[in-house]
Design a protein around this ligand. Structure first.
Ligand code: ZN
Length: 309
């Protein structure tokens, strides 16, 4: 467990108590601590890397599902005009609509869904993925995927863009992660980051059931201010910071609030009909509200483009 802030070494206080894992039912009580100096929030007790690895192995195991009716249907939807329209109104938090040229590295690329978008939008895209089954599926699509951590990674290549889509909040050492990204980027290269916003209005609405606490997997909880400070310290200059509130995340928070119990997995989060109905309901009912909170700094997801300096 950390006794000081990993960014500024400041002392910590408790900001949220009595948290539990609302997804998989890991039977441990957690809390959120906040740095008195810089305001950075973290999960406590903090698992060490070995514990985290074994938790990922147990709960995040990608089954290697490919070429099934479900994955084919999903691929059809993702390649349709309907999906592009959906991203336009719901927000593109994974940079799937962003175009450009040059070499791009997607950190934690899973089975390569993001890589396909990046390749289609002009990049030479490569991935990093520790899960060997997921990496195999991505390689079968023709991508170069390295089975390495970012810290140990050196392909001899440098990149124009490195993508951290919902990755940084999982890191025990986010500052170190950004240092390695700095090392791997070309001069003027960009890092694209998305992560939950700890100042989200949904944190206020759902309290300890807010889905983005996601303890113990989310180790650090960034606000616009703390992410800005960490990027500055890591020698990046922010060129764009916006906020989105994906209807999927709102739906997951609603399901957690209704069904999650300590020590029990929340099966309803995996019910496709329930999740899809809630997504549509949330998007239709709360459209103006979600748009407004994104503009006032209380959106659920931070989306950042920063340039190496
Ligand atoms: Zn601090």
């Amino acid at each position: 467990m950390q006794n000081n802030c990993p960014v500024c070494q400041g002392p910590l206080t408790t900001s949220v108590a009595n948290l539990f894992d609302t997804r998989f039912g890991i039977d441990t009580e957690y809390k959120i601590t906040k740095c008195v100096n810089c305001g950075l929030e973290q999960t406590a007790p903090q698992p060490d890397q070995a514990e985290l690895n074994s938790l990922y192995e147990q709960y995040y195991n990608f089954s290697g599902e490919s070429n099934t009716r479900y994955t084919k249907l999903r691929a059809k939807f993702i390649n349709s005009f309907l999906y592009r329209f959906w991203l336009l109104i719901d927000g593109d938090i994974s940079f799937q609509q962003k175009g450009g040229t040059g070499k791009l590295l997607d950190v934690g690329c899973n089975e390569g869904r993001g890589l396909e978008f990046f390749r289609n939008h002009g990049f030479v895209a490569e991935g990093l993925e520790l899960n060997s089954k997921a990496a195999e599926v991505a390689r079968a699509k023709g991508f170069t995927v390295y089975g390495s951590t970012l810290e140990g990674f050196s392909s001899g290549n440098t990149y124009d863009v490195i993508v951290l889509s919902n990755v940084l909040e999982h890191s025990l050492h986010p500052g170190l992660m950004l240092q390695h990204i700095h090392r791997l980027l070309n001069p003027d290269g960009q890092v694209w980051i998305s992560c939950p916003n700890s100042r989200s209005w949904l944190r206020t609405v759902f309290g300890r059931f807010w889905i983005n606490w996601h303890v113990p997997f989310h180790v650090v909880h960034f606000s616009p201010e703390t992410l800005r400070a960490l990027l500055k310290k890591s020698q990046f200059e922010i060129s764009e910071m916006r906020q989105e509130t994906p209807a999927l995340w709102v739906s997951h928070s609603i399901i957690a609030r209704l069904f999650a119990k300590p020590g029990q997995p929340t099966r309803q989060l995996r019910s496709a009909p329930l999740v899809a109905s809630l997504i549509l309901l949330v998007r239709c009912l709360f459209f103006p509200l979600m748009w407004l909170v994104n503009l006032t700094g209380r959106g659920d997801c931070l989306v950042v483009v920063a340039r190496k300096i």
